[in-house]
Every structure is written in C-alpha cells, then in structure tokens.
Design a protein. Structure first.
Length: 277
C-alpha cells in the first residue's frame, strides 16, 4: 500500500465518477467537499452523512482501487506522520499523557554527556548562530532569548525578510550553529546542511531528521507526534530548557554577572513592569 494525498484521492474520485452509481456519486460529492472525512469518519458515519449504507461506502472505496475504507484511511493517515495537521479517528489517549510520553521518549534517548558537551560548546564558541524555519522559528527565537541572558554574540538567522547566504559566509569554524529542522522542512534544507560542512552544527529535529545524522556534529531527536491534529513542541521546549540551564551552571559566576547587568539595564531603562506585590 502506498501513501496518497488528498489531491490524489480527489483525482481518483474524478476519474471514476462517471462509472459510479447514484449512491456512490453521493458519497463522491460529499468527499469532494470533505476529503479528510476519509480519515476522521468511520464507515458507518460516512454512510449516515451521505444517506447511504455501509455496504455502499465499502463498495465505493473498492471502485476507487482500495481494498477497503480502512486501506484508504491508512494511506491518508501517513500524512499525519509527515506533520500535516489531521485529526485521527482514534484519538483516545489523554492529552497530558501524550505530552508526557513525548517528553519521556525524547529524554530517554539523549545522553547526559551529550547535553553537557553541547552546553559546553554553547558557552565556549566564539559566536552562536541559531537557525529555525517554520515551526522551528519560535523555538529558535526562544533559545536565542535565553542564551542572550548568559552570554554575548548569539544570533538568530535569517533576519526578517533576508536570505541566509550573507550570514552563512561569515560563520567561522570557531562558531556553533544550532539548527532546527522538524518535519515538513523547507525544500532546500539538505542544501543548507551542505553549506555548513565546515562549521559545528547541532541539529534539533524529530525522528524523520535522523537521515541527516552524518551531516551534523550533534543530533538531538525530539518526539512531537500525537493523535491530535497538531504536533506538540513540549519536548523540544523542555530540551532547550535543559540546555540553557546546563549552560548557566557551567558558566557559573559569569552567567550571574551578566544576568545582574541585564537586570540593572532593565531598571535604568524602565523596560519591565514592576513585579506584582
């Protein structure tokens, strides 16, 4: 069984439409308006919503070339594994359990020594360059904000409205690059990695990013999937918290001094609202 997209499904429906019975055409009309119902609805519910029968729904999918409705559902369900926001029909796991499972699965496969090594590189590198696209951008922005409180020369790339080439050319082997690359990555993600072969790169990704292991110095795999429509980024955020806290500990007094200097600047510029009494 090969995976299909909603576009492929609609093409199949259009191709077979003239040969369908009136009842099957009713199902086709419904799915052309609601293609994701293949995943989110049971055979019985599809039959109810189209005023047909379960047998007619099953026969309809066989006419499209599937062995059953279930096979069509499984073919489309692979889209969720690619990060497409779809609700699975069997969303039975409590939300908190899913979040905790992602965090536990992430940290059970990351060695403390690896975290300490990366943290040490974060504080000793000449500069830190953080690159994040799509869902990786808010993570990159958060990491930059945390690291800036304990060390200088932390940069977020690319700058708004800009391309990467002008900045990549200035990255030195003495620098470190933190790259976020979660599923549904930009098309030229592989090309970007090829441009960073002379730099130290930490890739923070989901399990599908393991294909890039040989192109980076450190690979940190976070679990983000669940049965809900949208991926969860609780595990990546927890990982960033750990990296920043370990970096803070390794810096010791230097981190404390910088935090105090920034706090003094906040007060002098009156940037932050007073803490609640």
């Amino acid at each position: 069984m090969t995976s299909i997209t909603t576009t492929n499904l609609l093409e199949r429906i259009a191709e077979h439409y003239p040969s369908l019975s009136p009842s099957a055409q009713t199902i086709a009309n419904y799915l052309q308006k609601n293609p994701l119902a293949v995943i989110t609805q049971s055979t019985a519910l599809l039959a109810e919503n189209t005023n047909t029968s379960k047998a007619t729904v099953s026969r309809f999918f066989r006419q499209l070339g599937f062995a059953s409705h279930q096979e069509a559902k499984l073919a489309l369900d692979t889209l969720r594994e690619e990060g497409v926001p779809l609700a699975r029909s069997s969303t039975n796991t409590p939300m908190l359990d899913s979040e905790l499972n992602n965090v536990n699965s992430t940290f059970s496969n990351i060695d403390d020594n690896q975290l300490n090594t990366i943290a040490r590189e974060l504080i000793t590198s000449r500069q830190v360059h953080i690159i994040g696209f799509r869902n990786g951008f808010p993570l990159a922005l958060h990491l930059r904000q945390q690291l800036k409180q304990i060390r200088a020369n932390v940069h977020l790339l690319p700058q708004p409205g800009q391309t990467l080439s002008e900045d990549i050319i200035d990255i030195s082997p003495k620098d470190i690059v933190i790259l976020f690359g979660f599923r549904r990555r930009i098309q030229r993600f592989n090309v970007l990695l090829d441009q960073l072969t002379q730099q130290r790169v930490v890739l923070i990704t989901d399990p599908t990013g393991q294909q890039y292991r040989d192109k980076v110095n450190h690979l940190l795999v976070c679990h983000v999937g669940n049965d809900a429509p949208f991926d969860s980024y609780a595990a990546p955020m927890s990982l960033l918290s750990c990296l920043c806290n370990v970096s803070y500990s390794l810096l010791g007094d230097k981190a404390v001094e910088r935090v105090e200097s920034i706090r003094d600047s906040y007060n002098e510029m009156n940037e932050l609202a007073p803490s609640a009494q």
